[in-house]
Design a protein around this ligand. Structure first.
Ligand SMILES: CC(C)(COP(=O)(O)OP(=O)(O)OC[C@H]1O[C@@H](n2cnc3c(N)ncnc32)[C@H](O)[C@@H]1OP(=O)(O)O)[C@@H](O)C(=O)NCCC(=O)NCCS
Length: 174
């Protein structure tokens, strides 16, 4: 368990499958996210049950609201390698009633602090669709800066969108 000010980050298991399946089928939540082909609830349950425990290179944590214990989303740090000290970050909050209340900002601060302090990372990177202004606002608030633009690298409803790559170095977390 990793504690933030508003949220707790904790390991996920098969009991979280129903929430994850519901979020993955919500077009508002998935609007600017890469989505996989549709899957059944049973597949999601099996994936969570079979998934190896969290490791340095593959860390998946549920975001739980401290005040009511509700699971509202997840964060992931993936592809970290000790040789480079760089990891990729993903975040999404699937419970829309909890948007715009500061939970993503706190979850970002908490997972990045964990990455820099506990994992000794040097850098955390992410990509975000240029149209996803809410996510960019969260990333900038905690200190991420734009590093580049990936042209036409995200496709949604037959249209191509650019993405920004953003990065946060150790010492830059706000
Ligand atoms: C993007 C997301 C993580 C934000 O979560 P959240 O808990 O609502 O974020 P916070 O409340 O911490 O902060 C949201 C910030 O974005 C701002 N914001 C929200 N909607 C906005 C919009 N349409 N345009 C500009 N800023 C916006 C808010 O005002 C707030 O900034 P402020 O605190 O400076 O006022 C959440 O909406 C989500 O998971 N969306 C779906 C998945 C997704 O897009 N994930 C990111 C993929 S890269």
């Amino acid at each position: 368990m990793v504690l933030g000010e508003l949220v707790k980050l904790r390991a996920m298991g098969p009991a979280d499958a129903a929430a994850l399946w519901r979020w993955n089928h919500d077009p508002d939540v998935m609007r600017w996210m890469d989505d996989n082909h549709p899957s059944t609830l049973e597949h999601v349950e099996k994936w969570l049950a079979d998934r190896p425990r969290n490791t340095y290179g593959d860390l998946l944590l549920g975001v739980e609201v401290s005040s009511d214990g509700r699971l509202i989303g997840l964060v992931a740090l993936r592809d970290a390698e000790p040789e480079t000290g760089i990891a990729e970050l993903d975040i999404y909050l699937g419970e829309k009633d909890y948007w715009r209340k500061g939970y993503a900002t706190d979850a970002m601060r908490t997972v990045c602090r964990y990455g820099f302090d506990a994992m000794r990372l040097h850098k955390i990177s992410l990509t975000v669709v240029t149209e996803n202004l809410a996510a960019q606002q969260v990333y900038k608030k905690v200190g991420f800066v734009e590093e580049g633009r990936l042209r036409q690298s995200f496709r949604r409803d037959g249209k191509w969108y650019d993405q920004f790559t953003m990065g946060l170095l150790e010492g830059e977390l706000r």
